[in-house]
Design a protein around this ligand. Structure first.
Ligand code: DGL
Length: 264
């Protein structure tokens, strides 16, 4: 394998940058391509069939074009729906992002955990299995918070969020009869850590926010252990959709070491 073979990090939008940030810390020398499916965003309100078709089709084409050494699906919605299918069709390691229920269950003190994900993620049998395996003795309250996705995208474009918008998106969880027992929130969508400050303002500064980013970076480091890395060119982003959506993101992508952005 060429030392310049990149790690491809894929999401529907900017959420996967929360994973990229941890991958950078674990593997600063690794060449990275960040891929965003803006034309398909949001995934969380789509059907399983639509998400699976988009993700399998796009990743197949991206794997062919960029010859990555590994693909990280930095999206809980895509991973809980299509991880198995993508692994079946591609012959490189695929690392998925699934709700961090295990670490949340290990650290909660009250035993009451909130899980914020997209509508598609919170209804997945994959999440049922994680809950049964790791949190059977806990109280897991799932809440679909799809409106947080465009809010995170807007924040990354430098826009100011409307007052109360984040609170409104999570009102269903705050109004739950056991909400006062919540001490831990699983951020089961990679967009949501981008709103950590806003979520703390709603749930209180003591709430523990748990996501899988560090664990995923460790997994990628372990799967690529012993491999040579050489950055032959600047890291870059590719995206489906309009060029306007990309140009608004250029400064923020540069802060993540993605020095140019092109349409896929
Ligand atoms: N970032 C994606 C996730 O982790 C979802 C955003 C979307 O709805 O497209 O689930």
């Amino acid at each position: 394998m060429s030392p310049a073979a990149p790690i491809l990090i894929f999401d529907s939008g900017v959420g996967g940058l929360t994973i990229l940030a941890e991958v950078r810390k674990a593997l600063p020398q690794a060449p990275v391509i960040y891929a965003a499916d803006f034309a398909g965003l949001p995934y969380g309100t789509k059907s399983e069939a639509e998400v699976a078709a988009r993700v399998c089709g796009l990743l197949g084409r991206m794997a062919e074009r960029y010859q990555p050494r590994l693909i990280c699906i930095a999206c809980n919605t895509a991973s809980t729906i299509a991880l198995g299918m993508v692994r079946d069709v591609l012959e490189i390691p695929i690392v998925g992002t699934v709700p961090a229920i295990k670490p949340a269950a290990l650290t909660t003190k009250t035993g009451t955990i909130g899980l914020l994900g997209t509508g598609a993620t919170v209804r997945q049998p994959y999440v049922d299995r994680l809950e049964a395996e790791f949190a059977a003795d806990k109280h897991l309250i799932r809440h679909a918070a799809d409106p947080l996705v465009p809010l995170a995208e807007a924040k990354m474009r430098g826009e100011t969020l409307a007052d109360g918008a984040v609170a409104q998106a999570v009102a269903g969880l705050c109004d739950h009869p056991q909400a006062q027992d919540l001490d831990t929130l699983v951020l089961a969508c990679t967009h949501f850590p981008l709103l950590a400050d806003e979520l703390r303002a709603v749930f209180g500064q003591d709430i523990q926010l748990v996501d899988g980013a560090q664990g995923i970076a460790r997994r990628i480091a372990s799967l690529t252990q012993g491999q040579e890395f050489e950055r032959a060119q600047d890291d870059f982003a590719v995206a489906t959709g309009s060029t306007e959506s990309l140009s608004a993101l250029t400064p923020m992508l540069a802060r993540h070491g993605l020095m140019r952005a092109t349409q896929f």
